[in-house]
Design a protein around this ligand. Structure first.
Ligand SMILES: CCCCCCCCCCCCCC(=O)SCCNC(=O)CCNC(=O)[C@H](O)C(C)(C)COP(=O)(O)OP(=O)(O)OC[C@H]1O[C@@H](n2cnc3c(N)ncnc32)[C@H](O)[C@@H]1OP(=O)(O)O
Length: 180
């Protein structure tokens, strides 16, 4: 993990590191997103990190995110997949440009273009889930990914996701709703 990050990025992340783990979202100040923003105190606060070429997120739900009793709500599942894959697309772009740090130029932002979730099995809501995302293609402004959701040793959902680069500070002209 440490090898994928520059010294500068590691220093930024240090304040919020847990153990030796560096999470993508901890390098992104001012993120107010419901799923991944650590500035959103009502949010899900997911945390993602690299494990080789895959990005991984382990997340613990709460009873209020039930669908059926004891089963995780499908919209919450879509939300954590959405946020985990957008963070993955973002960090992947910086990674392929020489592992440059988040606060280097140009700045990129990604938004969800398409998110297709296949719900395979009920996902228990009282054990942590694990998301595993992989970038399968980068074409122009598009990053295509797959994402699996695991509960213990069972895959309970899988998704195909297309992220679109919606902000590039080197191309920016005028207002951009995705900048802030
Ligand atoms: C301040 C610090 C903050 C830190 C933040 C940290 C991270 C926070 C993370 C928060 C995470 C929160 C996550 C959220 O909740 S993001 C919120 C949910 N998503 C949105 O609101 C997006 C709304 N949609 C749009 O704005 C536009 O439609 C976009 C920008 C997506 C495309 O419109 P644009 O006019 O730009 O596109 P283009 O026509 O030039 O096409 C370009 C290419 O893209 C392909 N394409 C187009 N549309 C789609 C589509 N829907 N699916 C698949 N592919 C699509 C198209 O074929 C073409 O490819 P090719 O033909 O060239 O191959």
């Amino acid at each position: 993990m440490g090898n994928h990050h520059s010294k500068k990025n590691i220093m930024i992340a240090t304040q919020e590191n847990e153990g030796n783990q560096i999470f993508f979202q901890h390098t992104m100040p001012n993120n107010v997103c419901f799923g991944c923003g650590h500035e959103n105190h009502e949010g899900l606060k997911i945390k993602s990190h690299w494990e080789g070429d895959a990005s991984v997120c382990v997340w613990e739900s709460q009873e209020k995110y039930n669908g059926w009793k004891g089963i995780m709500n499908g919209g919450i599942i879509a939300t954590i997949i959405d946020c985990h894959t957008m963070a993955t697309a973002t960090m992947h772009a910086y990674k392929v440009e020489g592992n440059r740090p988040w606060n280097s130029d140009p700045e990129y932002r990604y938004a969800t273009g398409t998110l297709t979730v296949k719900y395979l099995k009920p996902t228990p809501n009282d054990v942590p889930v694990k998301l595993v995302a992989r970038v399968t293609e980068v074409k122009g402004r598009k990053t295509v990914m797959t994402c699996e959701l695991w509960s213990n040793d069972q895959k309970t959902a899988e998704a195909d996701v297309v992220a679109i680069r919606v902000y590039d500070s080197s191309q920016q002209n005028g207002d951009n709703p995705f900048k802030g």
